[in-house]
Design a protein around this ligand. Structure first.
Ligand code: FMN
Length: 302
């Protein structure tokens, strides 16, 4: 038996495998399907300071080796989450990370203040949201805006702050360095890649929102490349995700420099995926004579 335990942001975790935001709810349904004690942490569905309705119409479409979604960050709002879900979430035998969103720098700060409560171990800041006050481009596509959100959240909380980067940029390293300089404790990447799907019969887009975020195995090579570039450029720990379906996929991300990984779309195809992935990582370590999973981080011979 090899050791899969990690210490991420000062938080001891049973394994490096974290449930990705938007694919595990708040963990309460998944609890019936997997042994949560084996899962490092869960990142809950993105929370805003007030409830968001999300997008109208069709919200998901299957694609070759992946899926598109345009949920539109529907969520019950941080206060509702704290009153109605958090008491149950606290009973789960795993670490809980609150993923958060906002439409302005002030909203991100307000959300961070609200979510700094017992039972939440870290904040993951989704900066793929449009900045409504500054013309609607996503915070995560501009180093200055990404840094402004990071600084505001850091000032508003005592919890460790993970900034989740958007891959829809030309230079991921400039965004990563900007959020590191602004005080981020860790970076997670990647969020979904923007795409569209078309119904040739009706000549209409399949998704109600026209565009959606691509996830699943189709994005893994892009995610691995961005994790590798980012891990080389920053000193803070990197959490890698994008298309992880197997234990070996997770090992690839760790070799590319990720200290922890997240599993997203795989949970939607198979609710037992995370436990299987942890078991497969364990088997890989045994076969390859790796006694401690932390040994493989950043060992890619490049
Ligand atoms: C249905 C769905 C909802 C998502 N919701 C969120 C969200 O609320 N916040 C967030 O940061 N990422 C969200 N994501 C992005 C995932 O957390 C993840 O970054 C992305 O899907 C890539 O990983 P994967 O290929 O393993 O799914 C969502 C993804 C899907 C498929």
């Amino acid at each position: 038996m090899s050791s899969l335990t990690v210490n991420y942001l000062g938080i001891p975790m049973a394994s490096p495998v974290i449930g990705a935001s938007g694919t595990v709810g708040y963990g309460l349904e998944l609890h019936d399907y997997i042994d949560m004690k084996k899962i490092g942490a869960l990142s809950g569905k993105g929370l805003a300071p007030t409830p968001w309705k999300g997008n109208e119409g069709v919200r998901v479409a299957e694609t070759t080796s992946g899926m598109l979604n345009c949920i539109g960050l529907e969520n019950p709002g941080a206060p509702w989450f704290i009153d109605h879900y958090l008491p149950e979430v606290r009973k789960l035998p795993t670490v809980f990370i609150a993923n958060m969103v906002g439409k302005s720098v002030e909203e991100y700060a307000e959300c961070a203040r609200m979510l700094t409560v017992p039972g939440i171990s870290a904040l993951e800041v989704n900066i793929s949201c449009p900045n409504v006050k500054e013309g609607g481009a996503a915070f995560g596509t501009d180093p200055a805006q990404a840094a402004a959100v990071t600084r505001a959240v850091k000032d508003a909380t005592t919890l460790p702050v993970i900034v989740k980067l958007s891959p829809n940029v030309t230079d991921i390293v400039s965004i990563a360095k900007a959020v590191e300089d602004a005080g981020a404790d860790s970076i997670s990447l990647i969020n979904t890649l923007l795409g569209i799907a078309i119904d040739t019969r009706t000549r209409r887009p399949i998704l109600g929102n026209i565009t959606g975020g691509l996830s699943g195995p189709a994005i893994k090579p892009v995610a691995l490349r961005m994790v590798w570039q980012t891990a080389k450029a920053v000193k803070i720990p990197v959490c890698g995700l994008g298309g992880i379906m197997t234990g070996e996929d997770a090992i690839e991300f760790m070799m590319a420099g990720a200290s922890t990984v997240q599993v997203g779309t795989a949970n939607l195809a198979d609710p037992t995926a995370m436990e299987r992935i942890v078991n497969e990582m364990d088997e890989w370590c045994d076969k390859n004579n790796v006694k401690d999973i932390n040994e493989i981080v950043g060992t890619l011979k490049d």
